[in-house]
Design a protein. Structure first.
Lengths: 388, 240
């Protein structure tokens, strides 16, 4: 065997190999989550990895333009894009091939996405996205269903200290419009709000006190709603507030112990959301586990709302993997050379992982340890015994 | 190269820490060494945070200090490193000038409170003689020596000027007179250092103060604790 070849090991930035046991854990976690989605009536779809650029990046997909890798299709001589987000593809399915499927349409998906640049806390450029989309309903019950489903899936995966932050990414644009803030002022104030900079936001003429009041809202849901209810909002932002309060009520009724916080000014990661959105955090996990919210299929932000209403979420499998507890060590037994393969089938049926020796060895116990097997099946005995 | 039957060399395992910062961990406050720390010290007293004695000992090699409160620790790092510790969740709270915050522009760092200390400004400066004939409206490309290459590039880009930044870690004021560049971007408080080196401010970029900063995830998942500390600092500031 050649010694380790560093020049073969180097991967492009943001891409990496998943090794045992993480590759297995990730696959199990994804299937577990998909099972939860299926049980809630979400049917799985599987769009392709690559699509024509103009369909992938149309409508809400425009937000992903700078994050999308392109390739030229030598067949059709057309430009293709590698998906940077699967929500767009599911949205396309909903209004094309599934146009006549009954509404509300519940779809789930799992697949790899590729992005031009990773985020600061997650330099990964390729990761697995899993999620659900609920298409064709404007009801608050749909928002609540999606948020509760995300929470249920994460809880079932063993994520502890789950905390859901509810956000109103459209409230800032609505307020800016009401106060006639545009161009440079818009950019500077939006940047200050992104950093929750009370010094700059509070100093803004006219709008300052309102922004300070909204900054002060952020925190645990009940206190936040109380504060938010007292704020005098422009008419255009009113519907967001009503929807938020109604959704919190529905979530509380179904899951009174779920930790909810509210931060009306959060816009990070909401490239195409048109209404109530949310970010999934777990205490102790460095970065968010996923996010979701309302959007319009075929609609664009900034213009009048049109297109079919939808709400959904996606989870980042790598982040969830880091937040979920390690699975219990598998029962793994070494079968020294000489066991007839068929005689050990019952062990696998009983849940054992069997690792067969390919040739006789002097010290089978040492060999079992070397291969990472905590158990060994001594020739002639029926049950594996622990190696000590 | 090893043959098949050679003994394999012992493998060194690279331990990559998981993206996990414990579960019931304490609160860590990152403070900058130097200038700002002197102004911050009385504020910490008013907040009721008393670091262990080594904290005030300039010769101490410790970087991590216990406080009078069991759940709160203080770390002392370089001012340019405070936002990085906070962005990655290694510290939950920090104190940092908005010059450094603008330079890094971490989306994971929130700055909810202006502490009103470390007041100065960040400006473009050039040699007095040169400034007499220089017309800023005609610039298309400038070469600038600075500790803040990102902030500088963004500032000039916003007015349509391409900035070639030479990153220096100190003694910026020397650069123009020795021909390294025509301009510098640096912090100015009294202007005395500029004057002593024959330089004059030609453009004001931003006013600088120190901010209390917090980690985004910590604020969302431990909002009560973090808000408590932000509030404590707010009270301490308004009392001063």
């Amino acid at each position: 065997m050649d010694s380790f070849l560093p020049e073969l090991a180097l991967l492009p930035a943001g891409l990496h190999d998943l090794l045992p046991p993480d590759a297995e854990r990730e696959a199990a976690l994804v299937e577990h989550a998909m099972g939860v989605f299926r049980a809630h009536g979400y049917d799985r779809v599987k769009p392709p990895l690559v699509e024509f650029e103009e369909s992938l990046l149309s409508g809400v997909g425009k937000a992903w333009s700078l994050q999308t890798f392109r390739l030229l299709d030598p067949e059709s001589q057309r430009m293709m894009g590698v998906r940077a987000d699967m929500t767009l593809q599911v949205a396309r399915l909903a209004v094309t091939r599934l146009l006549n499927a009954p509404r509300p349409l519940r779809l789930s998906y799992a697949g790899e996405v590729l992005r031009v640049g990773g985020a600061q806390l997650s330099p990964e450029r390729q990761f697995r996205q899993i999620g659900c989309e609920l298409i064709g309903s404007l009801d608050a019950a749909a928002d609540a269903e999606i948020i509760l489903l995300a929470a249920t899936a994460l809880t079932e995966l063993g994520v502890r200290g789950l905390s859901i932050d509810l956000n109103l990414p459209t409230i800032v644009p609505a307020i800016f419009a009401a106060y006639g803030i545009t161009g440079d002022d818009d950019r500077q104030l939006a940047a200050a709000l992104a950093h929750r900079d009370t010094a700059i936001a509070g100093a803004a003429p006219d709008i300052g006190p309102l922004l300070l009041a909204l900054l002060d809202v952020a925190g645990p849901a009940d206190a936040a709603i109380e504060k938010l209810s007292r704020i005098d909002l422009p008419a255009k932002a009113e519907s967001s507030r009503t929807r938020l309060i109604e959704t919190v009520r529905l979530i509380r009724r179904a899951a009174p112990d779920l930790k909810l916080t509210i931060d009306p000014l959060e816009r990070q990661g909401f490239e195409y959301q048109t209404g109530l959105s949310f970010t999934l955090f777990a205490r102790g996990a460095r970065r968010e586990l996923g996010r979701g919210g309302r959007y319009r299929i075929g609609g664009e932000r900034g213009t009048e709302l049109r297109g079919e209403p939808a709400v959904g979420f996606s989870l980042f499998a790598d982040a969830v993997l880091n937040a979920a507890p390690a699975s219990a060590a598998p029962r793994r037994a070494y079968l020294p050379f000489g066991h007839p393969p068929e005689s050990t089938r019952r062990l696998r049926t009983a849940g054992w992982i069997t690792v067969a020796g390919l040739s006789p060895v002097d010290d089978p116990v040492a060999e079992a340890k070397r291969l990472g097997c905590p158990h060994i099946l001594v020739v002639g005995s029926g049950e594996p015994t622990p190696v000590t | 190269m090893l043959a098949d039957n050679d003994k394999a060399p012992a493998r060194k395992h690279l331990i990559v820490s998981a993206q996990y910062v414990g579960f019931d961990e304490s609160i860590v406050l990152a403070v900058p060494k130097g200038r700002i720390l002197k102004e911050l010290r009385p504020l910490l007293d008013r907040v009721g945070l008393v670091p262990s004695a080594e904290f005030d000992d300039e010769n101490s090699r410790d970087l991590r200090f216990a406080t009078n409160l069991p759940g709160v620790e203080i770390i002392r790092v370089r001012s340019f490193d405070v936002p990085t510790f906070v962005a990655f969740g290694a510290a939950h709270l920090g104190v940092s000038g908005n010059d450094v915050l603008m330079e890094f522009d971490y989306p994971e760092v929130y700055s909810p409170l202006d502490l009103g200390i470390g007041r100065c400004r960040i400006s473009v400066a050039e040699q007095v003689d040169f400034s007499k004939t220089d017309d800023p409206s005609r610039w298309s490309h400038v070469r600038v020596a600075t500790k803040y290459p990102e902030l500088t590039r963004k500032h000039f880009a916003a007015r349509g000027v391409q900035a070639e930044c030479i990153k220096l870690n100190g003694a910026m004021e020397l650069a123009p007179s020795l021909g390294l560049c025509d301009r510098i971007v640096d912090l100015v408080s009294s202007g005395a250092t500029l004057k002593a080196n024959g330089l004059v401010e030609v453009e004001h970029i931003a006013d600088i103060t120190s901010r209390l900063i917090v980690n985004r995830t910590a604020l969302k998942t431990r909002s009560e604790e973090i808000s408590y500390w932000v509030e404590k600092f707010r009270e301490a500031c308004s009392a001063s």
